[in-house]
Ligand binder design. Structure first.
Ligand SMILES: NC(=O)c1ccc[n+]([C@@H]2O[C@H](COP(=O)([O-])OP(=O)(O)OC[C@H]3O[C@@H](n4cnc5c(N)ncnc54)[C@H](O)[C@@H]3O)[C@@H](O)[C@H]2O)c1
Length: 247
């Protein structure tokens, strides 16, 4: 049951939605979970429900799109806990618009939070995981990486996540590090709550499961990829979409 006992995990975008569910699952698996989010109040409130003592689920404010802040936070984590075994890059935002109407701000905000952030966190962690010869990195991509109307910024970022994942998997596999991605389909969180009902229904109709997914259904796949159950799985992007994406 507690397959992640003595492991230290870091989860970004941990205050709500899929991130909070990932924290809950890794915590139940026995890991010490460092929870990062730009919204510290919300994060503390949410993590308190998982770990009342705050001993094994630690909340830290971090805007993952700011490299300086990321470096400071990871220095703090290494100082306090000595290691990071598992990194889950989950923080993400959307700023949807048709490409011909998309502003540079919308483009850069989404690329910064969804893709550049992974450059920062992985750079903070990979040199040390290479030294300790153990590491599990799970990057949250999206089925939108295959292209989605109104999401040129988000699709580009999430496709970039897959390229980054595969390259890091190739570069670090010999050091007992696995790097995998997950491409969730439509999951019921704040991110999807404001999608117009007719667009949401279209997505559901294209999903053989005939429904949206729950955050816990993504978290259980993270749990697999973060554990030694997946020791020979590397460089994959697993679609968690109720069958929305099938080759
Ligand atoms: N919900 C879906 O249908 C869906 C589908 C595919 C992929 N995803 C991806 O899953 C991940 C989680 O999405 P969600 O649905 O739980 O979204 P959400 O909006 O419910 O939660 C996102 C979390 O990320 C945090 N965050 C945003 N910007 C940040 C920053 N700069 N630094 C640190 N934290 C930041 C937010 O405060 C929030 O807690 C995202 O990467 C998203 O792109 C979601």
């Amino acid at each position: 049951m507690e397959k992640l006992i003595n492991k230290v995990a870091v989860v970004t975008g941990a205050a709500q939605g899929i991130g909070a569910s990932i924290v809950e699952r890794l915590f139940a698996d026995g890991a010490t979970v460092v929870c990062l989010d730009v919204n510290l109040d919300k994060l503390k409130e949410s993590i308190l429900k998982i770990d009342k003592t705050g001993e094994r689920a630690i909340s830290l404010k971090c805007d993952v799109s700011n490299q300086e802040e990321v470096n400071q936070v990871f220095d703090q984590i290494y100082e306090k806990l000595g290691k990071v075994d598992i990194l889950v890059n989950n923080a993400g935002i959307v700023r949807d618009a048709f490409f011909h109407k998309m502003t540079p701000e919308q483009w850069h905000a989404v690329i910064n939070v969804n893709l550049n952030s992974m450059f920062y966190t992985c750079q903070a962690v990979i040199p040390k995981t290479r030294k300790q010869e153990y590491g599990k990195i799970v990057n949250i991509s999206s089925t939108s990486s295959w292209g989605n109307m109104g999401q040129a910024n988000y699709s580009a970022a999430k496709a970039g996540v897959i390229g980054l994942t595969r390259t890091l998997a190739k570069e670090n596999g010999a050091k007992n590090i696995t790097v995998n991605a997950i491409a969730p389909g439509q999951i019921d969180t704040d991110m999807t709550r404001n999608i117009p009902e007719n667009i949401k229904m279209m997505g559901i109709m294209l999903t053989p499961a005939g429904r949206m997914g729950n955050p816990s259904e993504v978290a259980s796949v993270v749990s697999f990829l973060a554990s030694d159950d997946s020791s020979f799985v590397n460089g994959e992007c697993i679609s968690v979409s109720g069958g929305f994406l099938m080759p």
